[in-house]
Ligand binder design. Structure first.
Ligand SMILES: *[C@@H]1O[C@H](CO)[C@@H](O)[C@H](O)[C@H]1NC(C)=O
Ligand SMILES: *[C@@H]1O[C@H](CO)[C@@H](O)[C@H](O)[C@H]1NC(C)=O
Length: 238
């Protein structure tokens, strides 16, 4: 998972010739917001100089989400999970106060496609199977908070993220699966798909926190990768 993605923050820095990130002073939140937006929009390709992967798509080789306690009673094991849409910024607000970085990001839509393997129950239906699927999320809002800490390495000061919280608020979700959820029973698969799409809110309420945790870890690891390479003196104007 640590190979993956992200993000947002990258942005703060003016680190490479090929990618141009706008540098800000540490307490200029307006500048920071624009800089992060601009950096996000450049991350349709990886920026290798600073160890940043592409964010659009963000590729996660393997992702496991535990069973919920409500409608989603199965472990979700995904492979080749790709998320599209993080660079399609609708609005963003970033603030850095003391050592707390908060980013409130709205994007138009995220689309994930993946290979899955499931065995358990969804809503009231037993499911077992594997195949490919897609989840579309309309207008999600991501509220990400990173607690940062300073440390010194070879005489230079650096930042690292020591903990994080992420909350994701979708406006609507849509699920699509290949037709082998029930040993190839197409008709029954369609019934369940319809039920899932009608009940997306209950499904998200059950497993959303696990996704927030997983995505939060991924964003933190991507950002930490950047922060470990770029000292504070290069991140901000003094
Ligand atoms: C950005 O977020 C900060 C802190 O949450 C808030 O005080 C500020 O009003 C927000 N700015 C905009 C433009 O929404
Ligand atoms: C994150 O770390 C900060 C600083 O150590 C601490 O004040 C805060 O309570 C921690 N938050 C969480 C959610 O662990």
């Amino acid at each position: 998972m640590s190979k993956c993605l992200v993000v947002f923050l990258v942005i703060i820095a003016d680190l490479s010739e090929s990618a141009s990130f706008k540098k800000c002073s540490r307490n200029d939140n307006q500048c920071l917001t624009l800089s992060i937006k601009d950096a996000l929009e450049q991350l349709t390709v990886p920026i290798k100089e600073v160890g940043l992967p592409s964010l659009d798509p963000l590729e996660i080789p393997a992702l496991s989400i535990g069973a919920g306690t409500g409608p989603v009673q199965f472990n979700q094991n995904y492979k080749n999970f790709k998320i599209y849409g993080f660079t399609k910024v609708e609005s963003i607000n970033a603030t850095l106060t003391e050592n707390i970085l908060k980013i409130d990001l709205h994007v138009l839509e995220t689309l994930s496609d993946f290979e899955y393997e499931v065995d358990g129950k969804i809503l009231i239906f037993p499911i077992k199977g594997k195949g490919t699927g897609m989840i579309t999320v309309d207008k999600p809002e991501f509220i990400l908070t990173f607690n940062l800490e300073e440390y010194e390495k070879e005489g230079e000061k650096y930042l690292k993220v020591i903990n994080k919280t992420l909350s994701i608020k979708p406006q609507k979700m849509h699920f699509e699966f290949s037709n082998d959820l029930f040993g190839g029973d197409k008709e029954f698969t369609n019934i369940v798909k319809t039920a899932m799409n009608e009940n997306w809110k209950d499904i998200y309420a059950d497993v959303g926190p696990s996704y927030e945790e997983a995505y939060g870890q991924i964003f933190m690891s991507i950002f930490n990768n950047l922060l470990s390479k770029v000292p504070i003196s290069e991140l901000f104007n003094s």
